[in-house]
Design a protein around this ligand. Structure first.
Ligand code: UDP
Length: 223
């Protein structure tokens, strides 16, 4: 997949990558714009344990799931290697800058084409984005929560020719050091969701909704 993304960027094409989880899948059944984005996106990457479970029950030949944050790190390494810049959009004020500093340590040579936090007014956001778009980043990581981040990317696709963009949820919070990531053994066991829920108990509602979405996905016939 990385060579395909690299190729599209080299050709100056816009690329929208969806990192799909069961909640997104369910939301797309009720949200026509999100469904359109699913149909139009260039890559749909299953990102969570729930997606792996759905694929297994439904008999889809899924080789692996990749958490959005890991895909982002792979793309940042590619960006550093190719000297392509990346923009970080979303998160609370200061979070994207802190995440950017840590990312540059993790991926030496990575250039940032700017950061815009996710709590601007529409007018402020438009002003800040103009500066970022002018620098023509090759990767745009949007951390605005699902489905806002996917819709944000889709809305701005004309300004993002030659860029690959993906929604990364709470990844900037993790990369900034504001919240910690699950230990490797939990990630390998597909338990990252459990770790996040123990650290942020209010996410239990999201876990319950995810179980419901997984149930729906496995009981809904494929049309
Ligand atoms: N966020 C934002 N603007 C908003 C709402 C959310 O920038 O109006 C950010 C929020 O600060 C967080 C991210 O979007 O960094 C969503 O994180 P969450 O953990 O909810 O996403 P998930 O990974 O669960 O999809």
């Amino acid at each position: 997949m990385l060579p395909l993304i690299e190729d599209r960027i080299s050709q100056g094409l816009f690329t929208q990558i969806l990192t799909v989880n069961p909640l997104m899948l369910e939301a797309s059944m009720k949200d026509p714009l999100l469904a359109e984005i699913f149909n139009m996106s260039d890559f749909c990457i299953p990102e969570s344990t729930g997606m792996g479970f759905i694929a297994k029950i439904k008999g889809f030949p899924l080789q692996e799931t990749i958490p959005g944050i890991d895909l982002m790190l792979k793309l940042c390494s590619l960006a550093a290697q190719k000297k392509w810049s990346a923009a970080l959009i979303g998160g609370a004020p200061g979070i994207a800058e802190a995440a950017g500093r840590n990312l540059r340590n993790m991926c030496p040579g990575l250039e940032l084409a700017g950061t815009v936090h996710g709590y601007h007014t529409a007018a402020e956001e438009a002003r800040e984005l103009e500066k970022v778009f002018a620098l023509k980043p090759k990767f745009v990581f949007a951390a605005l929560g699902v489905p806002r981040q996917e819709k944000w990317i889709y809305r701005h696709k004309d300004k993002l020719a030659g860029a690959a963009a993906l929604g990364i949820g709470g990844s900037l919070d993790v990369l900034s050091g504001k919240i910690s990531r699950a230990p490797l053994w939990m990630r390998r066991a597909g338990l990252e969701w459990l770790y996040r829920t123990l650290r942020q108990p209010w996410r239990i509602v999201r876990v319950a909704k995810t179980f419901k979405a997984v149930f729906l996905a496995i009981t809904t016939p494929i049309s």
